[in-house]
Design a protein around this ligand. Sequence first.
Ligand code: NDP
Length: 320
Amino acid sequence: MDEVWDTIIIGAGSAGMAAAIYAARFNLKVLVIGKEVGGLLNESHNVENYPGYKSITGIDLMLKFKEHMDNLDVPTKTEWVTEVKAENYDDPKKCIYNVITDKGEYKGKTIIFTNGTKHRKLNAKGEEALSGKGVSYCATCDAAFYKNIPVAIVGGGDSAALAGQLVSEFASKVYVIVRKNKMRAEPINLQRLEKNEKVEILYETEVEEILGENLVEKIILSKEYNGSKELPVEGVFIEIGQIIQSELAEKMGVTLNERKEIIINENSETNLRGVYAAGDVGNKEYKQALTGASEGAIAAFAAYALLQKIHEGEDVDVRY
Ligand code: NDP
């Protein structure tokens, strides 16, 4: 008989690792499967709003989560999940979720989706060809390569504001290209950006094309800046938000909203019994390391309560 886990957590970012810590402390047999421990938070240069840390890099915060999880002996698999299938869904006592990955197959009594998001592409002409040759989706990873040269940041959210600040520590000049007439970054991040002498914010402007022989040399803007639509930059950081990675959940019958986020209730439950979601893959309005971790903890509580009920032969809600 194959090993059956009490809960399998798909995704190893802040939400997934918090869920794992709580599940392990409930004595649940928990497995974490994630392509990368830490997830997108690894790319956050500076996190200044996680209580307990006045300022910490995303990667260091995630290493602390990992250390905590390891201390509870939670196994992690660095694998890519390709499918999740329910077996015997109508019988809560026999219901098993089969998690198929690129390397194997695992069985879980409950599932917690915490597989977050991936970077949104701009889909501008030249973007794909110059990706990795001056076009980057990760300022934290690549900012230091852009010393003393002009660069552009595309986007108007928090990520763009934070990237602008970071890249300005290296680049000679930073143009932040915002398609609307205002940025929607956190006020404190926007104020820092506006005060930064190396940064210029170009509003109501889009990037139509990225040009360069082998490396980025310039971008073409949708409207003129200083008398020309051509802007000479040698780097373009694309910071225009994320795409929700909810296809796995959708394929197994989990309900999504119009933004493709998994719909969860206050207990991090989805429409399927024993299936939970937490963090950026879910439909909560505010998405932060802290709120994701909190939803992950709640999912572990709910999974524990469900398994207790099933174990004690109590009736459980069959949800669809
Ligand atoms: P957001 O979705 O908040 O913002 C995306 C920005 O990109 C918007 O300004 C949007 O423009 C713009 N955009 C989208 N598509 C295009 C396009 N095709 N061309 C030009 N511009 C485009 O994404 P963020 O990554 O900034 O933030 C995501 C979430 O993560 C937020 O909730 C944020 O608060 C959070 N975050 C938290 C951090 C932390 O915990 N410290 C750090 C960084 C982010 P428009 O406004 O016109 O839609």
